[in-house]
Design a protein around this ligand. Structure first.
Ligand SMILES: Cc1cc2nc3c(=O)[nH]c(=O)nc-3n(C[C@H](O)[C@H](O)[C@H](O)COP(=O)(O)O)c2cc1C
Length: 276
């Protein structure tokens, strides 16, 4: 159970903590009172930490056994429109990797950053499995190929729509269009009955992909792996996904073999401006 501590000696009664609270449980300060969360409302706190993060005077502290501070949490980040306008378009899916493992510590650092991704009601429902062993990833990929091959034999419409035969043929010739011979695979999973978790997982994986280049890494959504894992209990079991959980997206990760040299073309944005 978390606790929000309002430090009256530091509070300047600006009321920002109350204004930014997403669930509206912090009573606004008045001339006579300080901000407070009533006992009845304490259970409604979603531990987003905005009261603490936005307080201009360090007068609020969210405490809880599961809560951990980010390193350098006081630093201001200033990313210019030019920097972000270059960085996002330059991000690429990486499909060729150096046959060099990434240290566990680096992946841990990345996943620690990904914890700051938004999630519905700040529940942070996504758990991770890192298929760190490249040999194990190869075995899982072989299982995916076997399933694809069976689906081709069974004339599955999905197999024909997604050209699984092509993946199987490539594998037979030593290629890997499923996991692209990446050294590692990251799997996002959450409870099957969680209706918001699929969105949360997509956002978290996107954060991972965007953060990876800062560590010299490249990533790529493993869509084929995900589709087949969701069809195959044997693959889910081999990957270590708990029975009551569902795979919500997977991502290849490793050191890129090639560096993109320019930004590819994209369609024009389709935007309807309703200006009143
Ligand atoms: C949900 C999703 C699944 C994807 N699955 C695969 C995949 O299985 N294999 C692959 O090579 N690329 C996969 N991609 C990468 C897309 O092909 C890629 O994002 C797209 O071609 C645009 O290239 P870019 O990411 O470099 O901008 C996937 C992307 C998304 C968003």
């Amino acid at each position: 159970m978390s606790e929000t501590i309002f430090k009256q000696e530091a509070c300047i009664k600006c009321g920002i903590c109350s204004e930014v609270c997403p669930v509206g449980i912090i009573n606004k300060p008045t001339a006579e009172t300080f901000p407070v969360i009533t006992a009845a409302n304490k259970k409604n706190c979603i531990q987003c930490g905005h009261c603490e993060a936005f307080c201009p005077n360090e007068a609020v502290e969210l405490k809880g056994p599961d809560l951990q501070k980010a390193a350098g949490s006081q630093k201001q980040t200033a990313i210019t429109p030019e920097q972000i306008g270059y960085y996002f378009p330059m991000r690429r899916s990486i499909r060729r990797y150096k046959q060099q493992p990434v240290d566990r510590q680096t992946l841990e650092q990345l996943l620690a950053i990904v914890r700051y991704a938004p999630s519905g009601v700040n529940r942070q429902p996504v758990s991770w499995i890192v298929i760190y062993s490249t040999a194990e990833l190869k075995k899982l990929t072989a299982m995916v190929i076997e399933t694809m091959s069976q689906m081709v034999k069974d004339k599955s419409p999905l197999a024909s729509m997604m050209n699984f035969q092509n993946m199987v043929s490539a594998w037979e010739q030593g290629g890997d269009f499923v996991c692209r011979q990446a050294p590692h695979l990251l799997i996002a999973h959450a409870r099957k009955d969680d209706r918001i978790a699929p969105l949360d997982a997509t956002i978290a994986l996107t954060h991972f992909e965007l953060a990876a280049p800062a560590f010299g890494l490249g990533a790529c959504w493993a869509g084929y792996f995900s589709i087949i894992a969701n069809l195959s209990p044997a693959i889910r079991q081999a990957a270590g996904i708990p029975d009551d959980h569902v795979q919500l997206g997977s991502m290849l990760v490793g050191y890129p073999q090639y560096t993109p040299q320019r930004i590819p073309k994209r369609k024009h944005a389709t935007i309807l401006w309703r200006l009143g």
